[in-house]
Design a protein around this ligand. Structure first.
Ligand code: UT7
Length: 336
């Protein structure tokens, strides 16, 4: 007798980016850089910044989830579980997911954060999918949200040109039609922390006058080694997930890469044998929004996705953490 596999399928997406556009031209007035350098080394022209007193990561996440709920015609109380991937939580504790749920009006549902830097959305999506596959929950919302401007040093030309703010979200529901998340590979290597971290503010180095004076509450990145690890590892996992699912480049409809640097994305697509038309790319206008890059792509491309499209998500970031997820798209947003 044939058995049906219960998979977790993405059945809705939402996104939010703040209105303020930080252009390369404005950065030229802040640090010793040029539009030409930024565009040629990263592919970025502008990024969005959340301005305003009292606004935090949770506010962008709430807007993204509300966008998703409005499209579905749902209430926040229809959500069974909410997971938020972020490295810029509103506070060290409680979890930003708890705050999002409170602001949405579903404050007693289970909710928690996942910290896996730029791979956070992949880790959170995989975690959410496991709850759906097991039958524990039916409607899981996974958010990737980061207010990177809160931890960017706008005196450091090597990092301030890269990052932006934003939030993206997906809804996971059970599917027994063969669509949904088919396979995932998640990896980490904590030895990579020496190249990419925030020095102070944690239990190792609690905040003090000295840590503030030394500008240790900002992102520290040694860009070149991170670049080399990212190119190799993102391409390796993307290729591995294709091979073990017997996918060739014609079978793959879309690559959804973490948007850290256009050169890293191009190298990954080349290794997978994919042409540019199959690669979701919005780094030029949003920069690197850390946990939000992948769901923001899905939000922007939703209208072009068709049921059973083979989609590969892949990311690399702080930790180091990296991974790839292979999924079959479940719906058409343009169908009446
Ligand atoms: O998403 C989390 C994971 N992060 C990543 O994946 C980021 C990976 N790394 C990168 O994307 C790149 O390493 C960067 C974009 C950060 C830097 O690009 P690069 O081509 O690796 O530059 P570099 O660090 O090797 O620096 C080359 C030169 C240096 O000058 P000298 O020493 O050759 O005179 C830098 O000081 O470029 C200089 N430079 C800049 N020049 C103009 C560094 N930043 C800038 C800048 N404008 N903004």
């Amino acid at each position: 007798m044939a058995t049906t596999t219960r998979r977790a399928a993405i059945t809705g997406v939402g996104g939010y980016v703040p209105n303020y556009v930080l252009t390369n031209a404005e950065l030229e007035s802040m640090v010793d850089t040029t539009d030409a350098w930024i565009q040629s080394r990263t592919g970025i022209s502008e990024r969005r910044i959340l301005k305003g007193e009292g606004l935090a990561t949770s506010d962008m996440a709430v807007a993204a989830v509300q966008c998703l709920l409005d499209k579905k015609g749902w209430q926040a109380t229809d959500i069974d579980l909410l997971i938020c991937a972020t490295v810029t939580p509103d506070m060290v504790f409680p979890a930003t997911a708890n705050i999002i749920a409170d602001k949405l009006g579903c404050r007693t549902i289970p909710s928690f954060d996942i910290a896996a830097a730029c791979s956070g959305f992949l880790y959170a999506l995989n975690t959410g999918a496991t709850f759906v596959e097991s039958g524990k929950y039916e409607r899981v919302v996974v958010v990737g949200a980061d207010k990177m401007s809160a931890i960017v040093d706008y005196q450091d030309r090597a990092t301030c040109i890269i990052f932006g703010d934003g939030a993206g979200t997906v809804l996971l529901e059970p599917s027994e039609q063969g669509t949904g998340i088919v396979d995932s590979i998640l990896r980490s290597d904590g030895a990579g922390r020496i190249y990419l971290h925030q020095k102070a503010g944690g239990s190792l180095k609690p905040p003090s006058h000295d840590t503030v004076a030394a500008r240790e509450h900002y992102i520290f990145q040694d860009g070149q080694p991170v670049f080399k690890f990212a190119v190799k590892n993102m391409a390796d996992v993307a290729e591995e997930i294709m091979q073990r699912n017997q996918l060739n480049s014609d079978d793959v409809a879309w690559l959804v890469p973490h948007q850290a640097n256009k050169r890293i994305i191009d190298a990954t697509a080349r290794r997978m044998g994919l042409s540019d038309e199959k690669v979701m790319l919005n780094i030029q206008k949003f920069g690197n929004t850390t946990a939000a890059t992948i769901p923001l792509c899905l939000w922007e491309w939703e209208n072009q996705l068709k049921p059973n499209d083979n989609i590969i998500l892949t990311a690399f970031g702080g930790g180091f953490t990296w991974g790839a997820i292979y999924l079959k798209w479940a719906y058409s947003s343009t169908e009446a």
